[in-house]
Design a protein around this ligand. Structure first.
Ligand SMILES: [Mn+2]
Length: 286
């Protein structure tokens, strides 16, 4: 049988067949039960995979091809639907195992709370971890509707774990005054724009392990309508990609892309954005 004649949409395009041989793994964390507005991001990873088959594996901008990388698509984690704490434990264990296997995880959400168990696992291995967050929202609340663990509190939890001085928050444009005050006081806080952060990030991250979390709603809804909590007045896709092209990071240890919600998408453009982020970021940093 000639398998190349079949389209294989339940795996990311270019995924190799053997986990052991992979340097990078793609996985989905299909959780969306603490979101405040529109649910649906549990199917984010499942929408990115078929979209990847319509994407060129060659990056003209970076003059590299995904064929140069060895990555394996694990599929989506089986989570304890509706139970955030159990689901976070499952995600943390999976990421710890991937790190133990000396592979780089590239995780698709899911809602932004998935970044909390991921950062817990990373912080075990890299105590000096730096976290770069691209997001419309600061996600710095102490609690949200009485819950300490939610997609609106996730960066507060991460800041408390790794130290707010190791958190860069870029593109933030929405939240209550208290979050903006906390951000300006304690984290590296770059609201509204991306380019102002570049030099500071490059200087601060020299020689350090860096994790990047991208909430797709950092983009203006015109560029990524398929997400749960839309915020107008955001950045363009070109500004977002140019930001990444300008970063000079020695050691990117992991990446996630969260809050893609395919039911709210238009023309699959947010899913297409999601798979393009893998290509450009993996080819740039790995
Ligand atoms: Mn977020």
């Amino acid at each position: 049988m000639d398998f190349t004649q079949f389209y294989y949409p339940d795996r990311f395009i270019g995924s190799i067949e053997d986990y052991e041989k992979a340097d990078i793994v793609i996985l989905g964390a299909p959780m969306d039960y603490t979101v405040s507005y529109k649910a649906g991001s549990r199917e984010g990873a499942q929408s990115v995979r078929p979209a990847s088959w319509a994407m060129e594996t060659y990056s003209s901008r970076l003059d590299r091809d995904l064929e140069e990388l060895k990555y394996f698509d694990l599929g989506d984690l089986v989570l304890n639907m509706g139970h955030a704490e159990h689901s976070c434990n499952i995600i943390e264990n999976a990421i710890s195992q991937i790190l133990e296997d000396k592979k780089i995880p590239f995780t698709y959400g899911g809602e932004h709370l998935i970044t909390w168990p991921i950062i817990k696992a990373f912080h075990e291995k890299y105590p000096d971890l730096v976290l770069i967050q691209l997001d419309a929202h600061a996600d710095l609340r102490e609690e949200f509707f009485g819950e300490a663990y939610s997609h609106a509190t996730v960066m507060r939890k991460c800041a408390e774990l790794i130290g707010p001085d190791n958190l860069f928050q870029v593109g933030i444009r929405s939240g209550p005054r208290e979050e903006f005050e906390y951000g300006k006081k304690y984290t590296h806080f770059y609201p509204y724009r991306l380019e102002g952060a570049i030099e500071d990030i490059n200087a601060f991250c020299k020689g350090k392990p860096v994790y990047i979390t991208i909430d797709i709603d950092v983009l203006d809804p015109a560029y990524a309508p398929g997400t749960g909590t839309l915020e107008p007045n955001g950045v363009t896709s070109r500004e977002l990609f140019d930001f990444f092209y300008s970063l000079k990071l020695d050691q990117v240890v992991g990446i996630d892309v969260v809050e893609i919600s395919p039911y709210h998408d238009l023309s699959r453009m947010t899913s297409v954005m999601g798979c393009n982020l893998f290509r450009e970021l993996a080819l740039k940093f790995f």
